[in-house]
Design a protein around this ligand. Structure first.
Ligand SMILES: [Fe+2]
Length: 240
């Protein structure tokens, strides 16, 4: 069975994801809001089976308690942030595998944006749910960790198959692309991707998922040749 991934835009620029498995059961990733997620679930006749959080920030977890109460479902999130995630049922760490509704998700620890941040990799759907670690043409801000920690987390993501579809936590692609172009002006793949992005946005469509392969060609943070360059880029982006 190949899971189906539904993208639910929430809040100003967040994405919540529903992974649909067997019998219309679904896993909910990062419900930062209740109403749009619940209405999507109803419209599509889905049956929530579990909530998963990538990290503890409110825009990823604010819907946890309400949705847990409504559907009586467990909440999985990083063990390292267990005291910060509302209504958490079970903490997970690197190498753990979650199985539910015929869907398997492997846990990859990807700290840097927060100290306990995890990503969920679904080999069946060729998909990575990476929260605020990696964005299209960008990466997360160093709110808790440092550049070296995030650099090493991104290295793990870079080792996934090139065709992996990246499902990130925010629609930041257009602004990120402007920075990418400023620091890598000779790269022809960035204007090419920006053109696609403009088309998606003008049709009110998300600019993700994007393949890891495309990110390797266009994302300055994945293209940084060493930690020193990465650190400089991350600092520059904070003031761009
Ligand atoms: Fe965040």
């Amino acid at each position: 069975m190949t899971p189906v991934i539904h993208i639910v835009p929430i809040l100003r620029d967040n994405f919540c994801f529903l992974i649909e498995g067997a019998d219309k059961a679904c896993l909910i990733i990062d419900p930062g809001q209740v109403v749009p997620v619940e209405s999507y679930i109803k419209t599509h006749g889905l049956h929530p089976a579990m909530i998963l959080n990538t990290h503890h920030h409110a825009d990823h977890v604010a819907g946890n308690a309400d949705l847990k109460a409504r559907y009586n479902i467990p909440i999985i999130g990083p063990a390292a942030e267990s005291t910060k995630i509302p209504a958490l049922t079970k903490g997970v760490k690197e190498g753990d595998v979650i199985e539910e509704a015929g869907i398997q998700l492997s846990i990859i620890e990807t700290p840097g944006h927060t100290n306990g941040h995890v990503s969920f990799y679904c080999a069946q759907a060729n998909a990575l749910f990476c929260g605020d670690t990696l964005f299209s043409m960008g990466c997360g801000r160093l709110i808790e960790g440092n550049a070296e920690i995030l650099y090493n987390a991104l290295k793990k993501i870079k080792s996934l198959p090139p065709q992996t579809l990246i499902y990130c936590g925010h629609e930041y692609t257009e602004a990120n692309g402007k920075f990418a172009l400023a620091v890598d002006p000779q790269n022809p793949d960035i204007p090419k991707r920006m053109k696609e992005v403009a088309t998606y946005l003008s049709n009110s469509m998300p600019t993700i998922p994007v393949t890891l392969e495309t990110e390797m060609k266009t994302n300055p943070f994945l293209r940084a040749i060493n930690l020193r360059v990465f650190t400089e880029l991350r600092a520059q982006k904070d003031h761009f």
